[in-house]
Write a protein that binds this ligand. Structure first.
Ligand code: PMP
Length: 394
C-alpha cells in the first residue's frame, strides 16, 4: 500500500476492533435530541452525561428565539471572512459584550473555539520565541504553537514547581516566553494552579494565556473562569475560550487588555482565512452570555449537580479526577473494561464519553461524564445507578 496511507492502518485496526465489539463510541449518532439532557442515541433513549452543556442553555427559549430572528432577518450565513464581508454589526456587538463581561478593552470573536486557541498560540509565538505548555494541553494549544514555529517546552501537568525550574533554566529568555494553561482541564476536570503561576509571573514577567473553555460560566463569582476564581485576572494577558460549552452554540473568543490584540487580529490566519460565524449563532450566543451574567443560579445548580455526581461515583469506589466539577471522569486502568462498559452504559440509558489512549492524559482510559445545570437529581442518580450496576456486574 502507498506509504502515505499506511500510517492509518493502526487507526483502521482500532475501528475494526470496535466494530467487532459492535460499538461506535466515536461516531455515536444522536438520532433525535429531546432536550439539553436527553436524546435518542443509537436507538436508545439516554441521559446525556457527556455533552459539556454546562448551563443547559441549548434549548433556552430566548436563545432559540434570538437565533430564529437573526436567521429570518440576516440569512443563513455571512459567506465571508471577518476581514472581508463577514463582520456584521452583531459580531462587533458580541465582541463589545465579551470585553465588558471580562472588564477588558479588546475582544475577538472566532468561528470556533479551536480556531481561537490555535490561532492565538500560532500567532503570538513564532520562530525564536519560547512557549511553555502544560503537558496535558488541549490539541488546539499544541497545534497552534507547533504551527507558529516557536520552541515548545512542556512542563509536568499542573506542576508549578516544574514550570518554575524550566523558567529558571531559560534565564533572561523567560521574560519573553509565553505560558499557556487551561482553566479546567477537559479530561479529568482539574484546575491549573493559577495563583502559583501568577506568582511565578511576578518574578519572571512572561506572557500568560489561559484557555477558559471549560471554566467560563462555571468558575468565579461572575462566571469569568479560573482566573476570576483564583483572584488573578490581572496576571492573565490573554483569555481564550469557546461558545460551545456553557454558551451552548459554537465559536470562540480572545479577550485582553493588551492594545496589541487589535494588530494581532489582522495577523491570525484562522481568523482571516475562514468564514465568520453565522448570524443565528452570534444571536443565540449573545443571549446565552446575558443569561450567564444574569442567572447565577444556573452556576449554583451546576455545582450542586457536579458535587452530587462526584460524591455518588466516589461513593462507589471509582477513581475520579482530583476534584469535583462539571467534568467527572471515571478512571479505568484497563482499556478493555472501558470498551466493554461504554455500550453497557448506553444500554442502561446513559451517554458518556469514552476516552482511550492516546486521547487520555496517560495510559489509563476514561469514562468521562459531564453534567450541567439542567440535569435533575433523578437523572444524576440514574447515572450513578448505571455505574453501580456495572461495578456490581449486574
Ligand atoms: N480548548 C479546550 C481546552 C477544549 O477542551 C476545546 C474543546 N473541547 C477547545 C479549546 C475547542 O473548542 P471548540 O470545540 O468549541 O472548537
Amino acid at each position: 500500500m502507498n506509504r502515505l496511507l499506511q500510517k492509518f492502518t493502526p487507526m483502521a485496526e482500532v475501528r475494526a476492533e470496535l466494530d467487532a465489539l459492535g460499538i461506535r463510541p466515536f461516531g455515536a449518532v444522536t438520532e433525535k435530541i429531546l432536550s439539553s439532557t436527553e436524546a435518542i442515541v443509537d436507538g436508545r433513549r439516554v441521559i446525556l452525561a457527556g455533552t459539556n452543556n454546562y448551563l443547559g442553555l441549548t434549548f433556552d427559549p430566548e436563545c432559540i428565539a434570538a437565533a430564529q430572528r437573526a436567521l429570518a432577518e440576516q440569512g443563513t450565513g455571512t459567506t465571508g471572512s471577518r476581514m472581508a464581508n463577514g463582520t456584521f454589526a452583531d459580531h462587533v456587538a458580541l465582541e463589545q459584550e465579551l470585553a465588558a463581561f471580562y472588564g477588558r478593552r479588546h475582544a475577538i470573536v472566532f468561528s470556533t473555539g479551536f480556531s481561537a486557541t490555535m490561532g492565538m498560540g500560532a500567532t503570538l509565538a513564532g520562530p525564536g520565541d519560547v512557549v511553555l505548555l502544560d503537558a496535558d494541553s488541549h490539541a488546539s494549544i499544541y497545534d497552534g504553537v507547533r504551527l507558529g514555529g516557536a520552541e515548545v517546552i512542556r512542563f509536568r501537568h499542573s506542576d508549578a514547581a516544574n514550570l518554575e525550574r524550566r523558567l529558571e533554566r531559560l534565564g533572561e529568555r523567560a521574560a519573553d516566553a509565553l505560558v499557556i494553561v487551561e482553566g479546567i482541564y477537559s479530561m479529568l476536570g482539574d484546575r491549573a494552579p493559577l495563583a502559583e503561576i501568577a506568582r511565578l509571573k511576578e518574578r519572571h514577567d512572561f506572557c500568560l494565556m489561559v484557555d477558559e473553555a471549560h471554566s467560563l460560566g462555571v468558575l468565579g463569582a461572575h462566571g469569568r473562569g479560573l482566573a476570576e476564581a483564583a483572584g488573578v485576572e490581572d496576571a492573565v494577558d490573554f483569555v481564550v475560550g469557546t461558545f460551545s460549552k456553557s454558551l451552548g452554540s459554537i465559536g470562540g473568543y480572545c479577550v485582553s487588555n493588551r492594545p496589541e490584540l487589535e494588530a494581532i487580529r489582522f495577523s491570525i490566519r484562522s481568523y482571516i482565512f475562514t468564514a465568520s460565524p453565522s448570524p443565528s449563532v452570534i444571536a443565540s450566543t449573545r443571549v446565552a452570555l446575558r443569561h450567564l451574567r444574569e442567572r447565577p443560579h444556573l452556576r449554583e445548580q451546576l455545582w450542586r449537580n457536579a458535587e452530587r455526581l462526584y460524591a455518588g461515583l466516589a461513593g462507589l469506589g471509582f477513581t475520579l479526577g482530583p476534584e469535583p466539577g462539571p467534568v467527572v471522569a471515571v478512571r479505568l486502568e484497563d482499556r478493555a473494561t472501558a470498551l466493554r462498559w461504554w455500550p453497557e452504559l448506553l444500554e442502561r440509558g446513559v451517554y458518556v464519553n469514552l476516552v482511550v489512549p492516546p486521547a487520555s492524559p496517560s495510559t489509563f482510559s476514561l469514562l468521562r461524564c459531564s453534567v450541567g445545570a439542567a440535569h435533575t437529581d433523578d437523572q444524576i442518580d440514574r447515572i450513578v445507578d448505571a455505574f453501580a450496576s456495572l461495578r456490581n456486574g449486574a
